[in-house]
Write a protein that binds this ligand. Structure first.
Ligand SMILES: [Zn+2]
Ligand SMILES: [Zn+2]
Ligand SMILES: [Zn+2]
Ligand SMILES: [Zn+2]
Length: 757
């Protein structure tokens, strides 16, 4: 067809424009829309709730120039081809562009490709299709739901806590998970238990380790040192025999190639990258990296996906790569097909390299360090996914005592017979899988059943049950994925939003709720008990998927969402004063202007003291943080540390706050009284605000006391440690845990309770 007019291809990013330009000939012009061009207005709700929840989309400020450029190009073009990303957002951008550009050129079609390579782009051009309105409707429903929650719930937070806060449909549920985990940790009471390991030796063997797993056919409960010592003494008296040796061959299969969620989990664990950074780097690899003399090349497939499907050509390519680079024994006879979880977008693919022949090493010089690490990880996981399973030989040896077999020890051994896929990729251990299992040792070869063994050594060890760990970005994404409340396009946004809002902070990679985050969560959970729940949110996400699949109309889903939401909203609106009062903490002070009580309120910059009669009386002052200087330096920045008071007790904080956020528990100046522990007694407060005293070595040490320990000596027995006791009748007294005596506070002088170290 002779036509000197060019075709206009529109993508959404500049980097993608450059990559695609190089694949297409003279007859194409490629332009970028720079993402969405229209959106809901910032200044108002922009959703006509009474009229089918229709959004009022406006041109985004500052995008006028781009739109004008696209219109001019469309008017001159033979046709318009919309090539935005292959998902809901991309489809919505395409639809909005089509609505704008159809006046300038009615010949509009849509193409998609999972990878930005010459082959994929040319194939897509041969298969144009109309815009998929189901995807557009699903995006619209998500946008409208998020807007309704954000714009209608946030004002309740402004009026009760402080202006500028925000609630979000999904991130508030993530915040709730983090706050609830924190409550579990605070409520956790560690239990002491002991384990007993033995070192055995056979006639012809090296010494090896085994663990006591049964006493009189029961799992032994060893609650304390005394019980452990008694057992150890008896164990030392016994004779030992090999009762059983079991060997089994085990196959370990490789994990499927990455989805967005598993990529974020693995890369966050391995490299410590934040989930948003992982997405930024993955997008660079997807959109194209310039490789030497070649033009830019898309190095990985689309990075927002929940599918583990792999295109047939890619499977063929990786199989021949494995055969020639690892050897035929590493190639299973059949390609491995992985099952995506139900509801996953099967049109999508897993995240994989676009050309497996581009080994990480061959690309190293063209990539930044972060790009290299991520590409290598994606490449290795993909190659491994089509390799043979690893073969392991597992051995278990049971060792029993004497004739009665009262005690049973077990040794575990695991040996790799064939590395298989491990040659390409090894999973990082989950940071939260506590290894309390018996250690695997090398179990000697030449042991035989019935053989007598010598017990060389018995070692008891003290342990404490541990509270559930705080979430990391990695484990939070895993949880959101498993609970069905995140999607490939949202995990990273959820995590970065709650961090940016200062609802959560990161300490040692762990997500810890701030006081503000806990307050916001408390209000949302109390007032929207059925909305900010995992169940409701997961159901809404599933219904959005159903719109996308054409199984449910937009309006029905919106109504199923809005009715319960509106009811909760109305109830919460009516309770605003009550919410505000419930948040107000009283002080002992009175207003110098009107004499009413002073209370603690939340403000834009944290908490402050104000008159309870606000707004009639406008008196307020800043919270007098009694910042007592102590003779300690911050180990992170060198500034002096100060003692601060918070709702959660006294603590030591860096005086350079907020530049440095270092903080430590407040030591009351007494060593932990537990024998053998070199920790310090620190002041803590329960969630309800009750002060208690614990050990700085928690959770290794479980010392805890409601009463404040003070330095003695006891006037009656000389014991060094005393406890403060308060009763209404006697006031504050001291009592001795050794002799039980109680006496007035003045009798024991304890200047050391004030200074900190
Ligand atoms: Zn007042
Ligand atoms: Zn500091
Ligand atoms: Zn201790
Ligand atoms: Zn005493």
């Amino acid at each position: 067809m002779a036509n000197d007019k060019k075709s206009l291809v529109v993508v959404e990013s500049h980097a993608k424009t450059k990559t695609i330009n190089a694949f297409l000939g003279e007859e194409f012009t490629v332009l970028s829309s720079g993402g969405h061009v229209v959106d809901l207005p910032k200044s108002k709700l922009g959703v006509d709730v009474g009229n089918g929840f229709q959004p009022q989309y406006l041109l985004i400020r500052g995008r006028g120039k781009v739109v004008k450029q696209l219109r001019n190009a469309a008017a001159k073009a033979a046709e318009v081809i919309l090539a935005t990303d292959p998902d809901r957002e991309g489809e919505a951008i395409a639809w909005h562009l089509a609505e704008i550009l159809k006046k300038n050129n009615p010949r509009i079609s849509r193409i998609t490709f999972n990878e930005i390579t010459r082959g994929a782009v040319l194939r897509a051009l041969e298969n144009p299709r109309p815009i998929d309105l189901n995807l557009v409707e699903a995006q619209k429903a998500r946008r409208v739901m998020d807007r309704l929650v954000g714009y209608q719930v946030s004002p309740i937070l402004w009026r009760t806590v402080c202006t500028g806060l925000s609630a979000g449909r999904v991130q508030s549920v993530a915040l709730r998970l983090i706050c609830e985990r924190e409550e579990e940790i605070e409520a956790f009471v560690p239990q002491e238990y002991w384990l007993i390991d033995g070192t055995f030796q056979g006639r012809r063997t090296e010494p090896f380790q085994a663990r006591l797993i049964k006493v009189a056919n029961e799992k032994p409960a060893i609650p304390n040192e005394q019980a452990a010592t008694t057992l150890v003494e008896d164990i030392r008296q016994q004779e030992w025999f090999v009762k059983d040796i079991r060997k089994s061959k085990v196959q370990r299969h490789p994990p499927p190639p990455f989805t967005t969620s598993t990529l974020q989990q693995d890369a966050a664990r391995r490299f410590g990258f934040s989930t948003s950074m992982i997405m930024v780097i993955a997008q660079q690899l997807y959109e194209g990296v310039k490789l030497g003399g070649e033009g830019p090349q898309g190095l990985i497939t689309y990075m927002r996906t929940d599918s583990v499907r792999v295109a047939d050509e890619a499977i063929e390519a990786v199989r021949s790569f494995i055969a020639s680079n690892y050897g035929l024994e590493y190639l299973p006879s059949e390609p491995r097909r992985f099952k995506s979880r139900a509801g996953a977008q099967e049109a999508h693919e897993a995240i994989r390299p676009t050309a497996v022949s581009r080994t990480p090493r061959s690309l190293r010089k063209y990539l930044t360090q972060e790009q290299f690490l991520l590409y290598e990880l994606i490449w290795q996981r993909f190659v491994a996914s089509q390799m043979a399973p690893a073969q392991l030989l597992q051995t278990a040896v049971d060792i029993v005592s004497g004739n009665d077999e009262l005690y049973l020890f077990r040794a575990h051994g695991s040996e790799v017979l064939f590395r298989g896929f491990l040659q390409a990729y090894e999973e990082t251990p989950r940071e939260d899988d506590e290894q309390e299992e018996a250690p695997t040792t090398k179990v000697p070869e030449n042991l035989s059943v019935g053989e007598k063994l010598v017990l060389l050594e018995v070692s008891p060890s003290q342990h404490f049950t541990k509270p559930p760990p705080r979430y990391t970005e990695s484990s939070l994404v895993k949880t959101l994925d498993a609970l069905g409340i995140g999607r490939p396009s949202t995990y990273a946004v959820i995590v970065s939003t709650i961090l940016e809002r200062n609802y959560v902070e990161k300490r040692d990679r762990r997500l810890v709720p701030t006081e503000l985050g806990r307050t916001v969560n408390k209000i949302l959970v109390a007032n929207f008990p059925d909305i900010f729940t995992v169940k409701f949110t997961a159901r809404m996400e599933a219904e959005l998927d159903e719109i996308e699949a054409g199984k449910r109309p937009f309006l029905e889903v919106m109504e199923r969402f809005y009715r319960p939401f509106q009811r909760a909203l109305e109830a919460a609106e009516g309770k605003q004063l009550q919410i505000r009062d419930s948040l107000q903490e009283k002080t002992d002070e009175h207003c110098p202007v009107c004499g009413k009580e002073l209370v603690i309120r939340w403000g834009r910059h944290g908490r402050f003291i104000a008159c309870a009669d606000y707004p009639r009386c406008r008196f307020s002052k800043s919270m007098e943080q009694e910042e007592v200087a102590v003779d300690e330096k911050c180990e992170q920045c060198g500034s002096p540390m100060v003692v601060k008071n918070s709702r959660f007790g006294r603590f030591l904080a860096c005086s350079a706050y907020p530049k440095c956020k270092n903080a430590r528990p407040y030591k009351i100046g007494i060593k932990c009284p537990k024998p053998g522990c070199d920790g310090d007694v620190v002041e803590r407060r329960t969630r309800r605000g009750r002060t208690f005293y614990g050990c700085s070595r928690y959770p290794e040490c479980d010392f805890v006391s409601w009463q404040e320990p003070v330095l003695g000596p006891c006037p009656s027995c000389g014991n060094k440690l005393l406890y403060k006791r308060y009763t209404k009748v006697k006031g504050t007294t001291l009592h001795c845990p050794e002799c039980g005596q109680e006496f007035a506070q003045e009798l024991a002088t304890s200047p050391s309770t004030i200074h900190n170290e």
